[in-house]
Design a binder for this molecule. Structure first.
Ligand SMILES: *Cc1c(COP(=O)(O)O)cnc(C)c1O
Length: 386
C-alpha cells in the first residue's frame, strides 16, 4: 500500500496535506519516495534552519541516547547544565533564566502563565494576524476567529485583545494597567511575512514599561539565525521581559524554551512543569545544533542568501505580484490572487514553498541553502508566476 493510503487510513484529518511523501533530506534538498529531488523552502516550517542530515547533531543524539535519554527536572543533569551555559552566551544578559519545554505553543503557554503570575493581571494583548500556536492558552493570542468559533467563540478567552500590527498609535489605548503582557512576533510568519516597523516595536517597549505590562517576543520562527542575527531582537535593539523560542533550537528535535528576566520575579514552585522539558536527549541535540549554527555562521548565511533571494524575487516582473517582503531568509511574495496554484506550480518545478495567509508564498529554507540553489528557486518562481 502507498505511504499516502496508509497515512490516510489513520490520520487525524486535521492537516491539509499535499500528495507527496518525503523520505530523505540533505542540506536544503529533500527527496520523495520515487527519488525526485526538491529544493526545500518549507524547511520543516522553521525547524530545519540547520539543514537536513546534519552529522554533528545526529552523532550527539546517538551518543546521548546510549548514555542517558531521560532525566526529569527532579534531578540535575550535565547536558542540561551545559545547554544553559550555551544559551547564556547567546541571549541578552538580562534574560538569565530559562524554562525548557517541547514546542512553540508550549513556550507561549508558559510565557502567559509567567506574565499572569508576575503581574497579578490577566489580560493579554496581541496583534492582528499573529500566530502563537493552537493550544488553548496560546490560541487566545493567535489571530483568526475561525480557530475559536468551534470552541465557544471569543467568550472562551475573555480579556484578550488584538491591535493592528505596525500601528504604533493603537498601543497606548490597548495596553493598560490591567494588561499582563503584550505579545508580538518581530516578523509575522504565518500571518503573511510582515516585518514589524521600528516605531511600532519602540512604542511597544515604551508603553509596556509605562503601564507595568510585560513584553513577550515570540521568536519561535525568527530565532536561531533566521533573520540574519541569532535572534531578531538584536536587529531591533530591544530586550523583552520574556523571549519564546522553539522550532530550530535543537536541530529538528522537538524543544521549546522560555527565557525571562528578573522582571518576572520569583515563580511559585510547581506552578508550571513538563515531564520532557530539559531532557538530556533534546539538550544534547540543542548543544550540537547551536555549535553548528556558529561554526557554519548561519546568521551570515541568512543575511547573504536572504538578500540574494529577496533581490531575485523583487526582480521578477509579473503582474501577479503585489509585493515582496522579508527579513533575512524569511521572505514572502504577496500575490494579487490566491497563492495555492503558484505553490503547486513551484512543487512541479522542484521547489517546495509554504503559504502564509491566502495570498502569500513564503520561503523558509534551511539556512545552509547554497547560492546556486537560491538561483534555482528564483528561476522556478519566475516560471511559476509567468
Ligand atoms: C510555529 C509557531 C508557533 C507554534 O509552535 P509549535 O511548535 O507549532 O507549537 C508559535 N509562534 C510562532 C511565531 C510560530 O511560527
Amino acid at each position: 500500500m502507498s505511504i499516502q493510503r496508509r497515512e490516510d487510513a489513520h490520520t487525524s484529518g486535521l492537516y491539509q496535506k499535499r500528495p507527496l511523501a518525503i523520505v530523505r533530506g540533505d542540506g536544503a534538498r529533500v527527496w520523495d519516495r520515487e527519488g525526485n529531488e526538491y529544493t526545500d523552502c518549507v524547511g520543516g516550517q522553521g525547524s530545519a534552519n540547520l539543514g537536513h542530515g546534519n552529522v554533528a547533531v545526529a552523532e550527539a543524539i546517538a551518543h546521548q541516547a546510549r548514555t542517558l535519554a531521560s532525566c526529569t527536572e527532579l534531578f540535575y543533569n550535565d547536558r542540561r547544565a551545559e545547554l544553559y551555559d550555551v544559551l547564556a552566551t547567546l541571549l541578552p544578559k538580562e534574560l538569565d533564566r530559562v524554562f525548557l519545554c517541547n514546542s512553540g505553543t508550549e513556550a507561549i503557554e508558559g510565557a502567559f502563565k509567567f506574565a499572569r503570575m508576575a503581574t497579578a493581571r490577566t489580560t493579554i494583548v496581541a496583534t492582528m494576524r499573529a500566530f502563537h500556536g493552537k493550544t488553548m492558552g496560546a490560541l487566545a493570542a493567535t489571530w483568526g476567529p475561525e480557530y475559536r468559533e468551534t470552541l465557544g467563540g471569543e467568550a472562551l478567552f475573555p480579556g484578550t485583545r488584538h491591535v493592528p500590527f505596525n500601528k504604533a498609535e493603537a498601543l497606548d489605548a490597548a495596553i493598560t494597567t490591567d494588561t499582563a503582557a503584550f505579545v508580538i512576533e518581530l516578523v509575522q510568519g504565518e500571518g503573511g511575512v510582515r516585518p514589524a516597523n521600528a516605531e511600532f516595536v519602540r512604542e511597544a517597549v515604551r508603553v509596556c514599561r509605562e503601564r507595568g505590562a510585560l513584553l513577550i517576543v515570540d521568536e519561535v520562527q525568527t530565532g536561531f539565525c533566521r533573520t540574519g542575527t541569532m535572534f531578531a531582537i538584536e536587529r531591533y535593539g530591544i530586550v523583552p521581559d520574556i523571549l519564546c523560542l522553539a522550532k530550530s533550537v535543537a536541530g529538528g528535535v522537538p524543544m521549546g524554551a522560555i527565557a525571562f528576566s528578573r522582571a518576572v520575579g520569583d515563580l511559585p514552585k510547581r506552578s508550571h512543569s513538563t515531564t520532557f522539558g530539559g531532557n538530556p536527549l533534546a539538550c544534547a541535540a540543542a548543544i550540537a545544533a547551536i555549535g553548528e549554527m556558529r561554526r557554519l555562521d548561519l546568521a551570515r548565511c541568512a543575511r547573504e542568501r536572504g538578500e540574494q533571494l529577496f533581490d531575485g524575487l523583487r526582480g521578477i516582473e509579473s503582474p501577479r505580484i503585489r509585493e515582496v517582503r522579508g527579513l533575512g531568509l524569511l521572505v514572502g511574495i504577496e500575490l494579487k490572487e490566491n497563492a495555492g496554484p503558484a505553490i503547486k506550480r513551484l512543487q512541479d518545478l522542484g521547489v517546495l514553498a509554504l503559504g502564509a495567509g491566502p495570498t502569500v508564498v513564503r520561503y523558509l529554507p534551511p539556512l545552509v541553502i547554497t547560492a546556486d540553489q537560491v538561483d534555482a528557486v528564483i528561476r522556478a518562481t519566475a516560471e511559476a508566476l509567468r
